[in-house]
Ligand binder design. Structure first.
Ligand code: FES
Length: 102
């Protein structure tokens, strides 16, 4: 378990996101939803589409490929065709930067 630096605090505008490679072939998308940060693995559990460019609605992200929706806080799949949750990661704001824990 380690801490990976994503970017400076303030680099992700509300409604925006950043992608960080945490190693092992895993890319994590970090979102700013009205000042709260959420991190999920950037891969849909239905058919492996990247999720980060999907439409953000509150703290839900909609997969751009087939429209499954996921809760960014819990990873829960909220609608078909996905039914397995996406992995989530803790986000820490510290020392002027945003970090995720793997
Ligand atoms: S790949 Fe995401 S819903 Fe199908």
């Amino acid at each position: 378990m380690g801490r990976i630096r994503v970017c400076d605090e303030g680099d992700i505008a509300p409604g925006g996101h950043r992608i960080v490679d945490i190693g092992g072939g895993i890319e994590v998308a970090v979102f700013n939803v009205d000042g709260t940060y959420y991190a999920i693995e950037d891969i849909c559990t239905h058919d492996d589409a990247p999720l980060a460019d999907g439409a953000l609605d509150g703290r839900c992200i909609e997969c751009p490929r087939h429209g499954a929706r996921f809760d960014l806080a819990t990873g829960e799949a909220l609608s078909l065709p996905a039914y397995r949750p996406v992995e989530t990661f803790p986000v820490i704001v510290d020392d002027g930067a945003i970090w995720v824990e793997d």
